[in-house]
Design a protein around this ligand. Structure first.
Ligand code: FEO
Length: 395
């Protein structure tokens, strides 16, 4: 096996999951697969930073064996409890019987509640260090980036930051470094990761990044726990995070997302789209049942406007758009404007329900909704066109 050295005597020993297409249950579609990055540090003491998903335990152990007998591992740094990084821990601990697991107090509690292992655990806080010999592990608690237990590990001698999920991407590849892959694909996957996992935590991320910058931490390499390692231009992803966390750059773009029963709401959606276009506003149209929700959420990172449509069904909205709006609510958006539309047969509650959810999601509803009974008439479609035009002027 080709050894991947990410810094002097620090080796990538992770796993590439080429075939995973749904992550976190079904909350995130991973069309490019993913990687679970674990790092082995060879020094007077041996440390493993994070592990991999449980089904890749054997692969991890075999990779470690290329460098050292796994029973010699002294420390296993658990930057994060979630099972895609801790899943192999029970298997490793069966071999590395003398290893100490290191993490935050919340990590200790979380790992116990996942695996119920009677492991030697060292709780660390921000500023605590462990000397491995020539290298030092320095810990930075990072609660809610993105779980309460989350932590970054920093190796000052190598200016290497191991921030677990932060700065990651779900991107399986034979390459490991940012200078080896297509930059557009890399940033697209990084944006998708931020949008789908981190948007609601943006204020915490901004605060943490500010704290890290002010602490004068020098960074040469950022090695996250998913995807590509940033060694050519680590500041590129740090600056992107700062912008995304600030809600920048918001473009004059509109996302038009709808669900239709018999095509009436879809006809309305297309007329609204024409209205947006005539004013020169860029817009993207998504039928929620044909589109990939993870991709739509990524588009929200840069879109100023959201127009949501649904037919009324059983006095409420359709189930596909309901699921989308429920996810949107969790994002706690800022600086976005929106409005609602939809067809109905007799009761017509859908638009009011959409407006209420948009407001709960942090989206400012800037114009009254529009509805059409059964199939939209030509007058209805003209009104939808004007509705789109009017919204475009507010973007
Ligand atoms: Fe990649 Fe929060 O786990």
């Amino acid at each position: 096996m080709k050894k991947v050295e990410i810094a002097k005597n620090v080796f990538w020993v992770g796993a590439v999951d080429w075939n995973v297409r749904n992550f976190h249950g079904h909350t995130y579609t991973t069309r490019r697969g993913t990687t679970y990055n674990a790092y082995l540090i060879i020094d007077k003491k041996i440390a493993l930073v994070d592990t991999v998903l449980g089904s890749f335990s054997e692969e991890l152990i075999e990779k470690i064996k290329d460098f050292v007998d796994p029973s010699r591992i002294d420390y296993i740094i658990a930057n994060h409890v979630e099972t895609d990084h801790s899943g192999a821990l029970p298997e490793i601990m069966k071999i590395a019987k003398n290893a100490k697991v290191v993490g935050t107090a919340k990590c200790k509690e979380g790992l116990y509640r996942h695996y119920y292992g009677n492991w030697d655990f060292q709780v660390v806080k921000t500023g605590d260090t462990i000397s491995l010999g020539e290298k030092t592990l320095k810990f930075i608690e990072a609660p809610m980036i993105h779980w309460p237990d989350s932590m970054f590990t920093y190796i000052p001698e190598e200016k290497l930051l191991l921030p677990n999920d932060a700065f990651g991407q779900h991107y399986a590849s034979t390459e490991r470094f940012d200078d080896e892959v297509d930059q557009c694909v890399l940033m697209d996957e990084a944006a998708k990761y931020y949008a789908n996992i981190l948007i609601p935590l943006s204020p915490i991320i901004l605060k943490k990044l500010d704290e890290v910058v002010k602490s004068g931490l020098e960074i040469k390499t950022i090695a996250p726990s998913h995807g590509i390692i940033w060694r050519k231009d680590p500041l590129k992803i740090v600056n992107a995070y700062i912008n995304w966390a600030k809600g920048l750059p918001l473009e004059k773009n509109v996302l038009l997302v709808y669900e239709t029963m018999w095509g009436a709401t879809e006809k309305m959606a297309k007329a609204v789209l024409e209205g947006l276009k005539i004013v020169g506003v860029k817009a993207k149209l998504y039928d929620i049942n044909a589109a990939d929700r993870t991709e739509i959420i990524k588009e929200i990172l840069s879109a100023k406007g959201l127009i949501i449509g649904s037919s009324t069904h059983d006095n409420t909205i359709l189930p596909g758009i309901a699921g989308f709006l429920d996810f949107l609510k969790g994002l706690r958006l800022k600086n976005r404007i929106g409005c609602a539309f939809g067809s109905f047969g007799w009761s017509g509650e859908s638009v009011r329900i959409i407006e209420n959810i948009l407001k709960e999601s942090g989206v400012e509803v800037v114009q009254p909704s529009i509805s059409a009974k059964y199939m939209p008439s030509s007058d209805d479609l003209k009104n939808c066109f004007e509705f789109g035009k009017n919204f475009a002027t507010k973007i």
